[in-house]
Ligand binder design. Sequence first.
Ligand SMILES: Nc1ncnc2c1ncn2[C@@H]1O[C@H](COP(=O)(O)OP(=O)(O)OP(=O)(O)O)[C@@H](O)[C@H]1O
Length: 248
Amino acid sequence: MTSEVVIKTDKLTKRFGDFIATNEITFEVYAGEIFGFLGANGAGKTTAMKMLCGLSKPSSGNATIAGFDIYKQTEEIKKNIGYMSQKFSLYEDLTVIENIQFFGGIYGLSDKQLKAKSIELIETLGLQSEAKKLVASLPLGWKQKLAFSVAVIHEPKIVFLDEPTGGVDPIVRRQFWDLIYQASGRGITIFVTTHYMDEAEYCNRISMMVDGVIQALDTPDNLKRQFSANTMDEVFFELARGAKRKSD
Ligand SMILES: Nc1ncnc2c1ncn2[C@@H]1O[C@H](COP(=O)(O)OP(=O)(O)OP(=O)(O)O)[C@@H](O)[C@H]1O
């Protein structure tokens, strides 16, 4: 992790009519940092992430991603980020290798780079005997690891992960986090939302959002101290119990 700021927001706000989904959020994220973006259901995490990825225009406030302005430079932002979500990641009806080549192509890799990366990635993940199988046939944990590897195939400055490990057990999640640590070690910044508090413990810093507002932002240890809690679960409960919003 370095002191280079790669995400900077200033009072970033998104309104839907009279409803304020994300309310004046201000924070900075550093290069190579693993930044956990936590909050109860409906807190406004996905809304904020969409703005940061250049997919949705803010109502007010400012932000830069890898130094690019989220109002005026969305194309540059898209070239410098990777994105993975629980809802959309891979094509189930394509094989492992076809997915790697498809997304590598979208992310702008040349044919030569694609060939080298495909071999490297399949080897690193130990997917040699699955390379020509349909992604639909893989266990969920493998799909998630593959989806993450594909999201960073172009070595972006930042990767956004929206609940990347939903539905798998803590051991499989831990294996996924090994990949996150490796990427962070290469200087890729990780911006991750999760509902799992074991994962929150793995982050360098965490922001906790409640009803559209960032209520706390610090390292897991400092947050536990601040809330006199033994676990991140307790911190989360303390903050989220006042939440008024419910899940959709
Ligand atoms: N297009 C939209 N129009 C109106 N309201 C919206 C829209 N998108 C999101 N919202 C509302 O904004 C609030 C924040 O939603 P968001 O999906 O950002 O929450 P979240 O923190 O990602 O929640 P979850 O953990 O359940 O995914 C919710 O109350 C949601 O209903």
